[in-house]
Structure formats: C-alpha cells, structure tokens
Design a protein around this ligand. Structure first.
Ligand code: F6P
Length: 288
C-alpha cells in the first residue's frame, strides 16, 4: 500500500501509506503530526463515517487508533458505535478531555508558555508595565490557570470564573499597594474578556490602572514545542496500551490517578471534565 493513491467516486484521493519502524524513526522528538491529518467537520455525518469504514474494509484494515482531543474522540466513538474496533489516545493541549487527567501535549505547551511569560516579565519589570498574556485552551482555562501559577502571575482570567476589567483593576491596584511595580496577567483565550478586550478597556479608561499596558497573544507558538520528556513518556505509554486494547476497542486510553486507564467512549463523549477551580485560590495566594 505504500504511496498508494486511489481516486474515490468524488474524485478525492484516498491516501494510505504503510509506516514501518524506519519511516517513523526520530518522530519522538517532533511536535505536531507527520500524518497531515486535520479537523473534518463532515465526519459528524453518519454517511461520511460509513464511507470511512468502507475505505478501511477495502484495504483490509481491521482496527484504528485515533490520537486527538474531543473532536477526534467523538469521531472515534462514532466508528466504534458502528462496530469497528477503535481505540482513542488522549491528546490535546487544552486538557479538556474526559477520561484522562493529563493529555499528550499539555506539558510541552505549558513549558513553551512558561518560557514566554518569563521573557515577558523582563520588559514588564524594566518598564513597569502590565502585560496581558493570552494562552490557548479553547473554552477551557486549564492552560491559563496552570501558567498563572507556575509563571507567578499577578492575576489569572479564565472562562470558568469570569472576571470583569474592574475586578482585575482592583486586583492589580491592590498588588501595587503591596509594592508590586509591574504585573503579568495570564488570560485564557476562551474568557469573555480576552487579552485584546482587556487592553482596549484599559487604553480607553487610562485612569483605571494608570500604567502602560500591553497584550501578547501566544497563539500557535504553544503548539510548536519540541515534546517534553513527560510528553514523550506519556505518548509512548499510551501508544503501547492502545495496541493492547485494539482487539476489543471502544475505549479511550488516558491517565487516571497516575496510572494508564481505559475509559469507554460512551463515558468520554457524554461527560465533561471539570477544571480544578480550587487552584484559582492557590494562584491568588501565590500572587501576594
Ligand atoms: O484544540 C487545540 C487548539 O490549539 C485550541 O487551544 C485552539 O483554540 C485551537 O486548537 C486553535 O485551532 P486552529 O489551529 O484551527 O486555529
């Protein structure tokens, strides 16, 4: 099947490539994916799912391992419901997937964001500025909350605990009263008041803070890190467990209570992972 490109009825090319040990050599040190796979909104349609199953059957493929976050696992669960052996592998920097306390990519994204926050603090400190640093995470505040704690932020803004610009101003003025002359505020991209909105507010209302403000949006930089040691180990352990579970399928491989665990897709797609908002208190205590 190597390099095998067949045209389907719609004229789209189906690509199947056998990956042997040599062709995946060295990918443990690479971020992203060598597969070039991406989101496919049409996959929500059962007709498209059945088409995928037909393509797999035509190639004598008898099982699938799906690496990804909520969208990918919803697709994996759909194929599994149609009777195909599928195992999911918990992987997203957002860490919002039920069935794994930590997902592949989170640790690397945290390290990339942390390095950026440490670098931004140099200018914040030197020029006595307030930086609003926006991190990814879609609707989930995990990355922002954790970056806030490990980066020693003066304030954290996450969707799970919405904060108004006035409340942030009050926090920063209180920090100023305690002798702080610069500040870093870590903002989740999913918050109602994201970094751009907050900076615009403080530019339009200069009397609220009385200092120079800047917004830095880290964006896809966070997805471009060389995988951390933790992520390499996690992905390797998940991968080995996925192969072991492939015969039965129907589960997501993740980490629960520090151990590799398999959670049925029915639970993964119907339940929501809750953010440990208790950590907000810790962030607040540490910012004193
Ligand atoms: O789900 C991972 C993620 O990086 C989110 O944190 C972010 O909101 C989104 O993907 C970005 O998607 P895109 O690359 O399509 O802009």
């Amino acid at each position: 099947m190597q390099g095998d490109h067949a045209e389907n009825k719609g004229g789209k090319r189906e690509k199947f490539t056998i990956l042997d040990a040599r062709s995946v050599g060295g990918i443990i040190a690479l971020g992203g994916t060598i597969l070039g796979s991406a989101r496919c909104p049409e996959f929500k349609d059962e007709a498209v799912q059945k088409k995928a199953l037909k393509q797999l059957a035509d190639r004598d493929i008898s099982g699938l391992i799906v690496i990804g976050g909520n969208g990918s696992q919803a697709g994996a669960a759909a194929l599994s419901r149609l009777g195909f052996p599928v195992v999911g592998l918990a992987s997203t920097i957002d860490n919002d997937l039920y069935g794994s306390e930590i997902t592949i990519g989170v640790d690397t994204a945290l390290n990339v964001a942390l390095e950026s926050i440490d670098r931004l603090r140099v200018t914040a400190r030197s020029l006595r500025r307030v930086f609003f640093v926006e991190v990814m995470g879609r609707d989930c505040g995990y990355l922002a909350l954790h970056c806030g704690i490990i980066g020693g932020a003066e304030a954290v803004v996450i969707p799970e605990a919405e904060t108004t610009p006035e409340e942030i101003a009050a926090e920063l003025l209180a920090a100023h009263e305690r002798g702080k002359r610069h500040a870093i505020v870590v903002v989740a991209e999913g918050a109602v008041y994201n970094a751009t909105k907050l900076v615009n507010y403080f530019i339009e209302n200069p009397e609220k803070l009385g200092c120079d403000v800047r917004a830095t949006i880290l964006g896809h930089v966070q997805r471009g890190g060389t995988p951390s040691a933790f992520d390499r180990m996690l992905a390797t352990r998940f991968g080995a467990a996925a192969v072991e579970c492939l015969t039965g399928g129907g589960v997501l491989i993740g980490l629960l209570h520090g151990r590799i665990a398999a959670t049925p897709f029915s639970e993964v797609v119907s339940r929501e992972k809750k953010l440990e908002t208790r950590l907000l208190e810790l962030a607040s205590v540490l910012s004193i």
